[in-house]
Design a protein around this ligand. Structure first.
Ligand SMILES: Nc1ncnc2c1ncn2[C@@H]1O[C@H](COP(=O)(O)OP(=O)(O)OP(=O)(O)O)[C@@H](O)[C@H]1O
Length: 341
């Protein structure tokens, strides 16, 4: 559905050129929910603007739904853009128009008949759960309801692709979850391709199947969400994954003095697939005769599976620790030494 090939976008800076997108190649399949995660300035917004033709790449190819967006112009680009919708962090609603009028707006521009508009608006209001609020103005709506209007408006012309630019970043966690559930529901019902840019890994975990991690204009890591969460390769990816695994909370939960005097190491074990069904800690205890102590454990659900994490105090010396780590690797359990012996 979306194919980016060696895409670069370079802006003129005051003194030196700014490479906002640096040789990015990506593929998003039809019906997929794809996350692009990165800190501020990583190039996410520029990438999204390249996808809907608001920016032209300095080099490389951008294809969306079979259209060469980078080279399309005039009427061809206008038509292509009708099939690429977008929702925004601050909703971008028309404040002097009601819910229904906001949703109808793009259909009016596209020249749809009054009857067609009225039927489609009713369908969309029901789809996003805003029945009864058709005549309300944006100022009378909560943040979550405003984003529901944004989503309904974006779907009005039956797009192939929905781009979400930090669409939940202005919402509280509960409302964020409700909007993500709605996006998931729409994706399943309409087989809509969704590209979601965010700095919140929780959002990626909840609904994305694949994720690309951006840093300084480049995609530094890309893959299935479950794989990236359980085997992050880059330090920046590990930082994002920690947002979700509440790693920092765990670390802060320890009394550093207490941990310092504990003989041994602290390990984080990540279980995936078969390894989640094995009594790994019990087996370790039997094999090594050590009092392994479970400090914390949790399960995380992602759009393509579940993984478990366990923080263990391991009262072993360096040599035995190496043996235990090799043993765990052999059993398919990923490990991280949080604190060395
Ligand atoms: N029109 C522009 N002219 C010049 N530089 C730009 C322009 N748009 C973006 N940039 C620069 O490109 C880089 C990437 O910006 P971009 O907005 O794409 O990042 P981002 O990851 O979306 O960050 P944020 O979440 O803060 O918007 C930044 O250094 C930014 O200053």
């Amino acid at each position: 559905m979306i194919v980016l090939t060696n895409v670069c976008k370079i802006f003129d800076g005051d003194k030196t050129p700014i490479v906002a997108v640096d040789n990015v190649s990506l593929r998003v399949e039809r019906g997929q929910i794809y996350g692009i995660v990165g800190y501020s300035g990583a190039g996410k917004s520029t990438l999204v603007r390249l996808l809907n033709g608001l920016e032209k790449p300095s080099s490389g190819e951008v294809r969306v739904a079979g259209q060469d967006i980078a080279r399309a112009g005039g009427e061809q680009l206008r038509r292509a853009r009708l099939k690429i919708s977008m929702i925004f962090q601050h909703f971008n609603l028309l404040w002097s128009r009601t819910v229904s009028q906001n949703i109808a707006f793009s259909m009016q521009i596209a020249g749809a008949s009054k009857a067609a508009i009225s039927q489609r608006v009713a369908e969309l209001v029901a789809l996003v759960g805003l029945q009864g609020r058709e005549n309300a103005y944006p100022a009378q709506l909560s943040g979550g309801q405003k984003q529901r209007v944004g989503i309904a408006r974006a779907l009005a012309n039956n797009p192939d692709v929905l781009l979400c630019d930090e669409a939940t970043s202005a919402l509280d966690p509960q409302t964020t979850d409700a909007i993500l559930d709605l996006l998931l529901d729409i994706n399943r019902r309409l087989n809509l391709t969704i590209v979601l840019i965010t700095h919140e890994m929780h959002v990626v975990r909840k609904i994305c199947r694949r994720v690309a991690v951006m840093e300084a204009g480049r995609v530094v890591e890309e893959g299935e969400v479950l794989e990236v969460f359980t085997h992050p390769r880059q330090e920046i990816t590990r930082q994002f994954v920690r947002q979700v695994s509440q790693y920092q909370e765990i670390e802060q939960g320890f009394n550093p003095l207490l941990v310092r005097h504990l003989p041994g190491a602290i390990l984080k074990l990540t279980f995936l697939g078969q390894s989640t069904h094995q009594p790994v800690v019990a087996e370790l205890t039997l094999r090594y005769g050590l009092p392994f102590n479970i400090l914390h454990g949790k399960m995380t659900h992602t759009a393509n599976g579940v993984f478990g994490e366990l923080w263990l105090h391991v009262p072993a010396g360096e040599a035995q620790l190496a043996e235990i780590l090799a043993d765990l690797a052999h059993q398919g359990v990923a490990t991280e030494v949080v604190q060395h012996a």
